[in-house]
Design a protein around this ligand. Structure first.
Ligand SMILES: Nc1ncnc2c1ncn2[C@@H]1O[C@H](COP(=O)(O)OP(=O)(O)O)[C@@H](O)[C@H]1O
Ligand SMILES: [Mg+2]
Length: 239
């Protein structure tokens, strides 16, 4: 059974068609990358999958359930992290995680928060206010929050966008391990082509609201006669 099955999605904002006729499937445990130039419609696509905005046409099924009809049940098994989402800066790391663990009705909230603090090496930061953290530290808190409910689908919008190469590399390592060990499916956007090559089983290239190419990094490189994904991106983006 597919974790996510989106068919013929359409989303307009006034006169702008952000997403037109987009279909995308994610299997259990699969890591799928959504690539494309700024304004291609990636974030809009993710926000529809998360129920944050409603498509004008098309259907989204999560775990076999229509999102529109089974919103609460479907979304309880999903989570989200993005470089542009800010958690409340005055709260301390552990307070934020405690609050979200309760919000998600996690079964053993204290134990789960401890596990996430351990996994993301947040122990020394647990009592610090979020506003006093570096971008890399804040990203780790975001991911810890996003994994509290052990989501079967983790949606990440440019998770490493604000990170230096070392912090980014550590986050990538952690996410890859999670996908491997927990079988979590992921839908990721990124402008870091090496990151996508390393992490994603399959890639969808978007341009102007539609998927223009899909396949593994190697398949896409072959199809476009390109050395690597970066070259594929340039060829796709420049038509
Ligand atoms: N809330 C909104 N209101 C109006 N236009 C929007 C809104 N969100 C996105 N758009 C427009 O939709 C298009 C796709 O945006 P977006 O999904 O953010 O692209 P990406 O994430 O690929 O950079 C862009 O033209 C953007 O300006
Ligand atoms: Mg975006």
């Amino acid at each position: 059974m597919a974790i996510l099955q989106a068919t013929h999605l359409l989303k307009r904002f006034g006169s702008v068609t952000a997403v037109r006729d987009l279909s995308l499937t994610i299997a259990e445990g699969e890591v799928v990358g959504l690539l494309g130039p700024n304004g291609a419609g990636k974030s809009t696509t993710l926000h529809m999958m998360l129920g944050l905005i409603t498509p004008d046409a098309g259907s989204i099924k999560l775990f076999g359930m229509e999102l529109a009809q089974h919103r609460t049940e479907a979304l309880s098994q999903v989570n989200f992290a993005a470089s542009y989402v800010d958690l409340p800066g005055v709260l301390r790391v552990r307070e934020v995680l405690d609050a979200f663990a309760r919000l998600y009705a996690v079964r053993h909230p204290r134990r789960r928060v401890d596990e996430m603090i351990e996994l993301f090496e947040l122990g020394p930061l647990a009592k610090r206010q979020l506003m006093a953290l570096s971008s890399g530290q804040r990203t780790r808190v975001q991911l810890a929050k996003a994994l509290l409910n052990a989501p079967r689908l983790l949606v990440l919008d440019e998770p490493t966008a604000n990170l230096d190469p070392d912090a980014g590399d550590r986050i990538r390592g952690l996410l890859s391990r999670l996908a491997r060990e927990n079988g979590s499916a992921m839908l990721i956007t990124s402008h870091n082509m090496r990151e996508v090559e390393r992490m994603c089983d399959r890639i969808h290239f978007m341009s102007d609201g539609v998927v223009v190419a899909a396949g593994s990094a190697a398949e896409l490189a072959g199809r476009y006669g390109a050395e690597d994904l970066e070259e594929v991106f340039l060829k796709v983006a420049r038509g």
